[in-house]
Design a protein around this ligand. Structure first.
Ligand code: AMP
Length: 287
């Protein structure tokens, strides 16, 4: 496995792979790798001849007062995980390699969807996400990029950027990997104390209740949202940030469940803010 730090070196490496007709798969991460990242890497390994994992805690997607400085980092362990999973190259750049001080980079506009939910809670977050993802695509030239459904709004916005800018990459959405109690793997879970960890399952419980209501034929999104709010509201250490039902095709909140849609939640615990989502069954699928 190659460990690459420089931007030019990354481009050279992937260019030579493409010249040898190898398809390049990219898994962008912020490191502190867990089972969720591993599932993306395995997916990439199955489909692409060469797999690049990027590890970069992107300052541009953190707001003032957020956890940029304390974000969990463990490069030695991450490299071991990547080696074990058969990754061909890890790109672990310094900030200047991603954002060269003398070269302005494209800053794709997340548009109005970038201002809602995670974008409302974290102003500027998606602008930073799209900037780094665009840069990663530009340097790596991947045929496919593997992104988790865990970050559904991010996935939506990256797909839309690719579509609108006509970028030559296929986005491959990967299902959320979960702990036995349903908690989605997340680098931030490591921060939860024992009691918080025990209660963190409430996000998945809330989403599962919404899915059960939809499965039983409920089409009023407000009923689902209220159920999710009650579940998280009844969890002593959790503070509900938002619960909503959004349409898959627009990521806009909907009042009536018709086509493909998703329940989304965010809740703050004393040591970490967690997000999760679940695709909802809908009538057209049941018939
Ligand atoms: P992060 O390191 O948190 O920026 O995540 C890197 C990639 O892994 C993103 O595409 C995430 O959506 C994805 N990811 C994070 N957690 C999970 C999970 N539990 N299951 C599947 N994918 C995940």
């Amino acid at each position: 496995m190659e460990l690459i730090h420089g931007a030019d070196e990354l481009s050279r490496t992937t260019r030579s792979w493409r010249a040898d007709a190898f398809e390049v798969g990219l898994v962008p991460t912020m490191g502190s790798l867990h089972e969720g990242h591993a599932s993306l890497i395995r997916h990439a390994r199955d489909e692409a001849a060469r797999v690049v994992v990027s590890i970069f805690v992107n300052p541009a997607q953190f707001g003032p007062g957020e956890d940029l400085v304390t974000y969990p980092r463990d490069e030695a362990r991450d490299l071991e995980v990547c080696r074990r999973l058969g990754v061909d190259a890890v790109w672990a750049p310094a900030e200047e390699e991603v954002y060269p001080p003398d070269a302005p980079l494209p800053e794709p506009d997340p548009g109005p969807v970038g201002e809602t939910f995670e974008g409302a809670a974290r102003p500027g977050h998606f602008r930073g996400v799209l900037k780094v993802v665009h840069r990663l695509f530009d340097l790596t030239g991947p045929c496919r990029a593997y992104l988790g459904e865990k970050d559904a709004q991010q996935l939506f916005l990256v797909r839309r950027m690719v579509e609108q800018m006509g970028l030559p990459v296929t986005i491959v959405p990967c299902p959320t990997a979960r702990e036995p109690d349903g908690l989605a793997y997340s680098s931030r879970n490591a921060r939860l104390g024992a009691e918080e960890r025990e209660q963190a399952g409430c996000l998945f419980l809330a989403l599962s209740e919404a899915a059960a209501l939809a499965r039983a034929g409920e089409t009023d999104a407000a009923i689902l949202v209220a159920a999710m709010g009650r579940e998280i509201g009844a969890t002593p250490l959790a503070r509900l940030d938002y619960a909503a039902v959004v349409r898959d095709d627009t990521f806009e909140a909907t009042t009536l469940l018709r086509g493909p849609s998703r329940a989304i939640v965010a809740a703050s615990f004393p040591s970490a803010r967690l997000i999760d989502n679940l695709r909802l069954p809908h009538a057209a699928e049941e018939s």
